[in-house]
Design a protein around this ligand. Structure first.
Ligand code: APR
Ligand code: PHB
Length: 395
Protein backbone atom coordinates (compact mmCIF):
# COMPACT_ATOMS: atom_id res chain seq x y z
CA UNK A 1 0.00 0.00 0.00
CA UNK A 2 1.32 3.46 -0.90
CA UNK A 3 0.78 6.29 1.53
CA UNK A 4 0.54 10.01 0.78
CA UNK A 5 -0.67 13.20 2.45
CA UNK A 6 -2.90 16.09 1.57
CA UNK A 7 -4.61 18.83 3.52
CA UNK A 8 -8.22 18.16 2.49
CA UNK A 9 -9.33 14.78 1.11
CA UNK A 10 -12.48 15.23 -0.96
CA UNK A 11 -14.68 12.20 -1.65
CA UNK A 12 -16.87 12.73 -4.73
CA UNK A 13 -16.51 14.83 -7.89
CA UNK A 14 -20.05 16.15 -8.18
CA UNK A 15 -20.74 19.87 -8.00
CA UNK A 16 -19.97 19.96 -4.25
CA UNK A 17 -16.58 18.20 -4.36
CA UNK A 18 -15.38 19.99 -7.49
CA UNK A 19 -16.42 23.45 -6.31
CA UNK A 20 -14.79 22.83 -2.93
CA UNK A 21 -11.57 21.80 -4.66
CA UNK A 22 -11.60 24.99 -6.73
CA UNK A 23 -12.32 27.24 -3.72
CA UNK A 24 -9.48 25.60 -1.76
CA UNK A 25 -7.10 25.86 -4.71
CA UNK A 26 -7.70 29.61 -4.90
CA UNK A 27 -6.70 29.86 -1.23
CA UNK A 28 -3.58 27.79 -1.73
CA UNK A 29 -4.98 24.79 0.18
CA UNK A 30 -4.10 21.32 -1.16
CA UNK A 31 -6.75 18.74 -1.85
CA UNK A 32 -7.16 15.38 -3.57
CA UNK A 33 -10.52 14.60 -5.16
CA UNK A 34 -11.51 10.93 -5.39
CA UNK A 35 -14.43 9.86 -7.61
CA UNK A 36 -15.58 6.30 -8.15
CA UNK A 37 -17.26 6.85 -11.54
CA UNK A 38 -15.65 7.73 -14.89
CA UNK A 39 -15.13 11.29 -16.08
CA UNK A 40 -17.56 10.59 -18.92
CA UNK A 41 -20.25 9.40 -16.52
CA UNK A 42 -19.85 12.38 -14.20
CA UNK A 43 -19.96 14.95 -16.99
CA UNK A 44 -22.79 13.36 -18.99
CA UNK A 45 -25.14 12.61 -16.07
CA UNK A 46 -28.33 14.61 -16.69
CA UNK A 47 -29.56 16.43 -13.61
CA UNK A 48 -31.36 19.67 -12.79
CA UNK A 49 -30.46 23.02 -14.26
CA UNK A 50 -31.59 26.04 -12.25
CA UNK A 51 -28.81 28.19 -10.78
CA UNK A 52 -29.55 30.79 -8.13
CA UNK A 53 -27.86 34.17 -8.49
CA UNK A 54 -25.49 33.23 -5.66
CA UNK A 55 -24.38 30.10 -7.53
CA UNK A 56 -23.85 32.07 -10.75
CA UNK A 57 -21.81 34.68 -8.89
CA UNK A 58 -19.73 31.96 -7.21
CA UNK A 59 -18.98 30.28 -10.55
CA UNK A 60 -17.75 33.64 -11.87
CA UNK A 61 -15.72 34.45 -8.76
CA UNK A 62 -13.85 31.14 -8.92
CA UNK A 63 -13.02 31.68 -12.58
CA UNK A 64 -15.41 29.24 -14.24
CA UNK A 65 -18.16 31.64 -15.27
CA UNK A 66 -17.17 32.25 -18.90
CA UNK A 67 -19.29 29.68 -20.70
CA UNK A 68 -22.08 30.13 -18.15
CA UNK A 69 -22.18 33.86 -18.97
CA UNK A 70 -22.35 33.08 -22.71
CA UNK A 71 -24.68 30.08 -22.74
CA UNK A 72 -26.70 30.34 -19.51
CA UNK A 73 -30.25 31.60 -19.94
CA UNK A 74 -31.16 34.30 -17.42
CA UNK A 75 -34.82 34.17 -16.37
CA UNK A 76 -36.43 37.01 -14.43
CA UNK A 77 -39.64 35.08 -13.82
CA UNK A 78 -41.51 31.78 -13.85
CA UNK A 79 -45.09 30.80 -14.67
CA UNK A 80 -47.51 28.89 -12.50
CA UNK A 81 -50.32 27.19 -14.43
CA UNK A 82 -53.54 25.80 -12.99
CA UNK A 83 -57.21 25.74 -14.00
CA UNK A 84 -56.11 26.20 -17.62
CA UNK A 85 -54.45 29.59 -17.03
CA UNK A 86 -50.81 30.69 -16.80
CA UNK A 87 -49.75 33.27 -14.25
CA UNK A 88 -46.37 34.96 -14.62
CA UNK A 89 -44.41 35.69 -11.46
CA UNK A 90 -41.91 38.48 -11.99
CA UNK A 91 -39.30 37.35 -9.49
CA UNK A 92 -36.77 40.03 -10.33
CA UNK A 93 -39.32 42.76 -9.74
CA UNK A 94 -40.45 41.17 -6.46
CA UNK A 95 -36.94 40.68 -5.07
CA UNK A 96 -35.13 43.82 -6.16
CA UNK A 97 -33.47 42.23 -9.16
CA UNK A 98 -32.72 38.61 -8.24
CA UNK A 99 -33.08 36.12 -11.09
CA UNK A 100 -32.23 32.50 -11.90
CA UNK A 101 -30.07 31.12 -14.69
CA UNK A 102 -30.76 27.95 -16.64
CA UNK A 103 -27.55 26.00 -17.15
CA UNK A 104 -27.44 22.21 -16.85
CA UNK A 105 -25.78 20.77 -13.76
CA UNK A 106 -23.73 18.58 -16.09
CA UNK A 107 -22.38 21.78 -17.72
CA UNK A 108 -21.42 23.09 -14.27
CA UNK A 109 -19.59 19.82 -13.61
CA UNK A 110 -17.94 19.96 -17.04
CA UNK A 111 -16.60 23.47 -16.38
CA UNK A 112 -15.37 22.58 -12.89
CA UNK A 113 -13.60 19.43 -14.12
CA UNK A 114 -11.78 21.48 -16.77
CA UNK A 115 -10.79 24.06 -14.16
CA UNK A 116 -9.50 21.35 -11.83
CA UNK A 117 -7.41 19.74 -14.55
CA UNK A 118 -5.91 23.14 -15.36
CA UNK A 119 -4.74 23.55 -11.76
CA UNK A 120 -2.80 20.31 -12.06
CA UNK A 121 -4.08 19.26 -8.65
CA UNK A 122 -5.18 15.61 -8.26
CA UNK A 123 -8.62 14.51 -9.42
CA UNK A 124 -8.80 10.72 -9.70
CA UNK A 125 -11.73 9.09 -11.48
CA UNK A 126 -12.69 5.40 -11.27
CA UNK A 127 -11.14 4.78 -7.88
CA UNK A 128 -12.51 1.72 -6.07
CA UNK A 129 -13.18 0.60 -2.53
CA UNK A 130 -13.15 4.08 -0.98
CA UNK A 131 -13.34 4.04 2.84
CA UNK A 132 -12.69 6.67 5.53
CA UNK A 133 -10.95 6.04 8.89
CA UNK A 134 -9.88 7.59 12.21
CA UNK A 135 -12.38 10.37 11.72
CA UNK A 136 -12.11 11.65 15.27
CA UNK A 137 -8.31 11.88 15.15
CA UNK A 138 -6.19 14.77 13.84
CA UNK A 139 -5.08 12.61 10.92
CA UNK A 140 -8.16 11.04 9.39
CA UNK A 141 -7.39 8.98 6.30
CA UNK A 142 -8.97 7.61 3.17
CA UNK A 143 -8.19 4.21 1.70
CA UNK A 144 -8.91 3.36 -1.92
CA UNK A 145 -7.67 1.36 -4.88
CA UNK A 146 -6.56 2.92 -8.11
CA UNK A 147 -5.38 1.00 -11.18
CA UNK A 148 -5.02 -2.13 -9.07
CA UNK A 149 -2.90 -0.55 -6.30
CA UNK A 150 -4.06 0.18 -2.74
CA UNK A 151 -3.52 3.71 -1.45
CA UNK A 152 -3.81 5.46 1.86
CA UNK A 153 -4.32 9.22 1.86
CA UNK A 154 -3.66 10.93 5.18
CA UNK A 155 -5.56 14.22 5.57
CA UNK A 156 -6.17 17.03 8.06
CA UNK A 157 -9.83 17.07 7.12
CA UNK A 158 -12.08 14.90 4.94
CA UNK A 159 -14.95 16.43 2.95
CA UNK A 160 -17.75 13.94 2.30
CA UNK A 161 -19.13 15.22 -1.01
CA UNK A 162 -20.13 11.78 -2.25
CA UNK A 163 -23.86 12.29 -2.68
CA UNK A 164 -26.82 10.48 -1.17
CA UNK A 165 -25.50 6.97 -1.93
CA UNK A 166 -21.91 7.66 -0.88
CA UNK A 167 -19.89 6.05 1.90
CA UNK A 168 -19.04 9.06 4.08
CA UNK A 169 -22.36 9.54 5.85
CA UNK A 170 -22.73 5.78 6.61
CA UNK A 171 -19.20 5.85 8.11
CA UNK A 172 -20.50 8.01 10.97
CA UNK A 173 -21.73 5.87 13.89
CA UNK A 174 -25.54 5.70 13.71
CA UNK A 175 -25.76 6.82 17.33
CA UNK A 176 -24.09 10.13 16.38
CA UNK A 177 -26.47 11.06 13.55
CA UNK A 178 -30.10 12.00 13.49
CA UNK A 179 -31.86 11.36 10.17
CA UNK A 180 -35.04 13.09 8.99
CA UNK A 181 -36.80 11.74 5.95
CA UNK A 182 -39.98 11.98 3.92
CA UNK A 183 -40.43 9.88 0.79
CA UNK A 184 -43.12 11.16 -1.58
CA UNK A 185 -45.62 8.79 -3.22
CA UNK A 186 -44.64 9.98 -6.70
CA UNK A 187 -41.66 10.58 -8.95
CA UNK A 188 -40.80 12.61 -12.04
CA UNK A 189 -40.47 11.26 -15.56
CA UNK A 190 -37.99 13.66 -17.18
CA UNK A 191 -37.15 14.05 -20.86
CA UNK A 192 -34.84 16.09 -23.05
CA UNK A 193 -36.19 16.93 -26.50
CA UNK A 194 -34.85 18.57 -29.60
CA UNK A 195 -37.46 21.32 -29.64
CA UNK A 196 -37.06 25.06 -29.39
CA UNK A 197 -38.59 26.39 -26.15
CA UNK A 198 -42.10 27.80 -26.75
CA UNK A 199 -41.95 29.79 -23.51
CA UNK A 200 -39.09 32.08 -22.45
CA UNK A 201 -39.54 30.96 -18.86
CA UNK A 202 -40.32 27.82 -16.86
CA UNK A 203 -43.93 26.70 -16.42
CA UNK A 204 -44.86 24.80 -13.24
CA UNK A 205 -48.30 23.29 -13.82
CA UNK A 206 -50.86 21.57 -11.61
CA UNK A 207 -53.43 19.52 -13.54
CA UNK A 208 -56.02 17.00 -12.35
CA UNK A 209 -53.81 14.30 -13.87
CA UNK A 210 -50.80 15.52 -11.91
CA UNK A 211 -47.89 17.94 -12.03
CA UNK A 212 -45.93 18.86 -15.15
CA UNK A 213 -42.92 21.14 -15.55
CA UNK A 214 -41.77 22.90 -18.66
CA UNK A 215 -38.07 23.79 -18.64
CA UNK A 216 -35.24 24.07 -21.13
CA UNK A 217 -31.51 23.72 -21.59
CA UNK A 218 -30.75 25.91 -24.60
CA UNK A 219 -32.49 27.70 -27.47
CA UNK A 220 -32.69 24.26 -29.17
CA UNK A 221 -33.45 21.89 -26.29
CA UNK A 222 -36.43 21.63 -23.95
CA UNK A 223 -36.48 19.73 -20.66
CA UNK A 224 -39.86 18.50 -19.47
CA UNK A 225 -41.12 16.54 -16.49
CA UNK A 226 -44.33 14.67 -15.65
CA UNK A 227 -45.43 13.52 -12.21
CA UNK A 228 -45.53 9.70 -12.31
CA UNK A 229 -45.35 6.73 -9.94
CA UNK A 230 -42.07 6.55 -7.98
CA UNK A 231 -41.27 3.22 -9.67
CA UNK A 232 -42.70 4.13 -13.09
CA UNK A 233 -41.38 1.95 -15.91
CA UNK A 234 -39.98 4.27 -18.60
CA UNK A 235 -40.42 1.48 -21.16
CA UNK A 236 -44.19 2.02 -20.87
CA UNK A 237 -43.80 5.59 -22.11
CA UNK A 238 -43.56 5.89 -25.88
CA UNK A 239 -42.65 9.33 -27.22
CA UNK A 240 -46.23 9.76 -28.42
CA UNK A 241 -47.65 8.94 -24.99
CA UNK A 242 -45.26 11.40 -23.33
CA UNK A 243 -46.18 14.26 -25.68
CA UNK A 244 -49.91 13.55 -25.33
CA UNK A 245 -49.63 13.67 -21.54
CA UNK A 246 -47.49 16.81 -21.61
CA UNK A 247 -49.99 18.53 -23.92
CA UNK A 248 -52.87 17.59 -21.62
CA UNK A 249 -51.17 18.78 -18.46
CA UNK A 250 -49.42 21.89 -19.80
CA UNK A 251 -51.56 23.45 -22.55
CA UNK A 252 -53.39 26.55 -21.36
CA UNK A 253 -56.53 28.31 -22.56
CA UNK A 254 -54.46 31.15 -24.10
CA UNK A 255 -53.35 28.61 -26.74
CA UNK A 256 -49.86 28.02 -25.30
CA UNK A 257 -48.44 24.50 -25.53
CA UNK A 258 -44.99 23.00 -25.64
CA UNK A 259 -43.19 22.64 -28.95
CA UNK A 260 -42.55 18.98 -29.75
CA UNK A 261 -39.53 17.25 -31.22
CA UNK A 262 -37.45 14.07 -31.02
CA UNK A 263 -36.90 12.90 -27.43
CA UNK A 264 -33.26 11.93 -26.84
CA UNK A 265 -33.20 11.23 -23.11
CA UNK A 266 -35.77 9.76 -20.69
CA UNK A 267 -35.49 8.89 -17.01
CA UNK A 268 -37.49 8.50 -13.80
CA UNK A 269 -36.41 9.88 -10.43
CA UNK A 270 -38.05 9.30 -7.07
CA UNK A 271 -38.60 12.22 -4.73
CA UNK A 272 -37.56 12.58 -1.13
CA UNK A 273 -36.72 15.10 1.53
CA UNK A 274 -33.80 14.02 3.71
CA UNK A 275 -31.50 15.64 6.26
CA UNK A 276 -28.68 14.15 8.33
CA UNK A 277 -27.71 16.08 11.48
CA UNK A 278 -25.08 17.14 12.30
CA UNK A 279 -23.12 17.57 9.06
CA UNK A 280 -19.89 16.81 10.89
CA UNK A 281 -18.26 13.96 12.77
CA UNK A 282 -14.80 14.74 14.10
CA UNK A 283 -12.72 15.76 11.10
CA UNK A 284 -15.28 14.54 8.53
CA UNK A 285 -17.52 17.29 7.10
CA UNK A 286 -20.52 16.38 4.92
CA UNK A 287 -21.62 18.67 2.08
CA UNK A 288 -24.33 18.56 -0.58
CA UNK A 289 -26.45 15.48 -1.25
CA UNK A 290 -24.33 13.45 1.20
CA UNK A 291 -26.09 15.38 3.97
CA UNK A 292 -29.43 16.38 2.48
CA UNK A 293 -31.82 15.76 -0.40
CA UNK A 294 -34.65 18.01 -1.48
CA UNK A 295 -37.42 17.16 -3.94
CA UNK A 296 -36.61 18.96 -7.22
CA UNK A 297 -39.73 21.16 -7.31
CA UNK A 298 -37.94 24.05 -5.63
CA UNK A 299 -34.76 23.62 -7.75
CA UNK A 300 -32.60 23.84 -4.64
CA UNK A 301 -30.37 20.71 -4.63
CA UNK A 302 -27.41 22.02 -6.60
CA UNK A 303 -27.61 25.46 -5.00
CA UNK A 304 -27.60 24.04 -1.47
CA UNK A 305 -24.54 21.96 -2.34
CA UNK A 306 -22.77 25.13 -3.52
CA UNK A 307 -23.76 27.04 -0.37
CA UNK A 308 -22.37 24.21 1.80
CA UNK A 309 -18.95 24.12 0.18
CA UNK A 310 -18.69 27.90 0.04
CA UNK A 311 -19.20 27.91 3.82
CA UNK A 312 -16.83 24.98 4.34
CA UNK A 313 -14.08 26.57 2.28
CA UNK A 314 -14.33 29.76 4.37
CA UNK A 315 -14.00 27.71 7.55
CA UNK A 316 -10.99 25.84 6.15
CA UNK A 317 -9.37 29.12 5.10
CA UNK A 318 -9.63 30.30 8.70
CA UNK A 319 -8.31 26.97 9.97
CA UNK A 320 -5.23 27.05 7.74
CA UNK A 321 -4.74 30.81 8.08
CA UNK A 322 -4.85 31.11 11.86
CA UNK A 323 -5.24 27.60 13.24
CA UNK A 324 -8.60 28.58 14.67
CA UNK A 325 -11.55 26.19 14.39
CA UNK A 326 -14.32 28.65 15.18
CA UNK A 327 -15.87 28.56 11.70
CA UNK A 328 -15.38 24.79 11.38
CA UNK A 329 -17.31 24.47 14.63
CA UNK A 330 -20.11 26.65 13.24
CA UNK A 331 -20.24 24.88 9.86
CA UNK A 332 -22.88 22.25 10.60
CA UNK A 333 -25.26 24.55 12.46
CA UNK A 334 -25.14 27.27 9.82
CA UNK A 335 -25.37 24.90 6.86
CA UNK A 336 -28.32 23.13 8.48
CA UNK A 337 -30.15 26.42 9.02
CA UNK A 338 -30.01 27.08 5.28
CA UNK A 339 -30.84 23.46 4.53
CA UNK A 340 -34.01 23.54 6.62
CA UNK A 341 -35.13 26.77 4.95
CA UNK A 342 -34.71 25.06 1.59
CA UNK A 343 -36.42 21.91 2.88
CA UNK A 344 -39.43 23.93 3.96
CA UNK A 345 -39.66 25.65 0.59
CA UNK A 346 -39.14 22.48 -1.48
CA UNK A 347 -41.73 20.57 0.55
CA UNK A 348 -44.21 23.44 0.16
CA UNK A 349 -43.73 23.74 -3.64
CA UNK A 350 -43.99 19.96 -3.96
CA UNK A 351 -47.18 19.63 -1.93
CA UNK A 352 -48.80 22.61 -3.62
CA UNK A 353 -48.16 21.31 -7.13
CA UNK A 354 -48.54 17.50 -6.99
CA UNK A 355 -51.60 15.30 -6.77
CA UNK A 356 -51.07 12.53 -4.21
CA UNK A 357 -53.51 9.84 -5.38
CA UNK A 358 -56.03 9.06 -2.68
CA UNK A 359 -56.19 12.69 -1.69
CA UNK A 360 -59.39 13.70 -0.12
CA UNK A 361 -61.32 16.05 -2.50
CA UNK A 362 -60.99 18.64 0.26
CA UNK A 363 -57.23 18.60 -0.29
CA UNK A 364 -57.66 19.12 -4.05
CA UNK A 365 -59.78 22.21 -3.46
CA UNK A 366 -57.44 23.46 -0.74
CA UNK A 367 -54.52 23.08 -3.16
CA UNK A 368 -56.32 25.24 -5.74
CA UNK A 369 -57.23 27.78 -3.07
CA UNK A 370 -53.56 27.98 -2.15
CA UNK A 371 -52.56 28.65 -5.76
CA UNK A 372 -55.35 31.19 -6.20
CA UNK A 373 -54.32 33.01 -3.07
CA UNK A 374 -50.67 32.91 -4.09
CA UNK A 375 -51.15 34.54 -7.49
CA UNK A 376 -53.49 37.18 -6.01
CA UNK A 377 -51.23 38.27 -3.17
CA UNK A 378 -48.08 40.30 -3.66
CA UNK A 379 -46.97 39.30 -0.16
CA UNK A 380 -47.32 35.58 -0.96
CA UNK A 381 -45.62 35.98 -4.35
CA UNK A 382 -42.75 37.88 -2.74
CA UNK A 383 -42.26 35.02 -0.31
CA UNK A 384 -42.12 32.51 -3.16
CA UNK A 385 -39.77 34.69 -5.22
CA UNK A 386 -37.44 35.27 -2.27
CA UNK A 387 -37.07 31.54 -1.60
CA UNK A 388 -36.94 30.51 -5.26
CA UNK A 389 -34.20 32.95 -6.23
CA UNK A 390 -32.32 32.04 -3.03
CA UNK A 391 -30.63 33.92 -0.22
CA UNK A 392 -27.03 35.16 -0.60
CA UNK A 393 -24.58 32.28 -0.04
CA UNK A 394 -23.46 33.61 3.34
CA UNK A 395 -27.02 33.52 4.73
N1 APR B 1 -16.29 7.15 -3.66
C1 APR B 1 -16.04 8.21 -4.49
N2 APR B 1 -17.00 8.93 -5.07
C2 APR B 1 -18.28 8.60 -4.82
C3 APR B 1 -18.61 7.52 -3.96
C4 APR B 1 -17.55 6.78 -3.38
N3 APR B 1 -17.79 5.76 -2.56
N4 APR B 1 -19.96 7.43 -3.91
C5 APR B 1 -20.44 8.40 -4.69
N5 APR B 1 -19.44 9.12 -5.26
C6 APR B 1 -19.54 10.23 -6.20
C7 APR B 1 -20.68 10.10 -7.18
O1 APR B 1 -20.33 9.27 -8.28
C8 APR B 1 -20.87 11.54 -7.59
O2 APR B 1 -20.07 11.90 -8.69
O3 APR B 1 -19.83 11.41 -5.48
C9 APR B 1 -20.43 12.34 -6.37
C10 APR B 1 -21.58 13.01 -5.68
O4 APR B 1 -22.12 13.97 -6.56
P1 APR B 1 -23.67 14.40 -6.57
O5 APR B 1 -24.52 13.20 -6.34
O6 APR B 1 -23.89 15.21 -7.77
O7 APR B 1 -23.83 15.29 -5.22
P2 APR B 1 -23.35 16.77 -4.90
O8 APR B 1 -22.01 17.08 -5.44
O9 APR B 1 -23.65 16.94 -3.45
O10 APR B 1 -24.34 17.69 -5.73
C11 APR B 1 -25.67 17.90 -5.38
O11 APR B 1 -26.54 16.81 -7.29
O12 APR B 1 -28.04 15.09 -6.93
C12 APR B 1 -27.88 16.37 -7.40
O13 APR B 1 -29.92 17.43 -7.15
C13 APR B 1 -28.66 17.24 -6.58
O14 APR B 1 -28.19 19.11 -7.73
C14 APR B 1 -27.85 18.44 -6.56
C15 APR B 1 -26.45 18.03 -6.64
C1 PHB C 1 -34.68 21.47 -14.84
O1 PHB C 1 -34.64 22.27 -15.78
O2 PHB C 1 -34.12 20.36 -14.89
C2 PHB C 1 -35.47 21.81 -13.62
C3 PHB C 1 -36.07 23.06 -13.53
C4 PHB C 1 -36.79 23.39 -12.40
C5 PHB C 1 -36.93 22.48 -11.38
C6 PHB C 1 -36.34 21.24 -11.45
C7 PHB C 1 -35.59 20.90 -12.59
O3 PHB C 1 -37.68 22.81 -10.28
Amino acid sequence: MTSSRTQVGIVGAGPAGLMLGQLLHLQGIDSVILENRSRHHVVERVRAGVLEQGTVDLMREVGVGGRLAREGLRHDGIHLAFNGARHRIDMAELTGGRAITIYGQNEVVHDLVEARLETGRPLHFEVEGVSVHDLESRAPHIRFQREGTSHELICDVIAGCDGFHGICRPSIPASRLRLYERVYPFGWLGILAEAAPSSDELVYSLHDRGFALYSMRSPQVTRLYLQCAPDEDVAQWSDERIWAELRTRLATADGWRPNEGPIFQKGVTGMRSFVAEPMRFGRLFLAGDAAHIVPPTGAKGLNLAMADVYRLSGALAEFYGSGRERLLDCYSGRALARTWRAQRFSWWMTSMLHRSGGDNPFDDRRQLAELEYLVSSRAALTSLAESYTGAPLEA
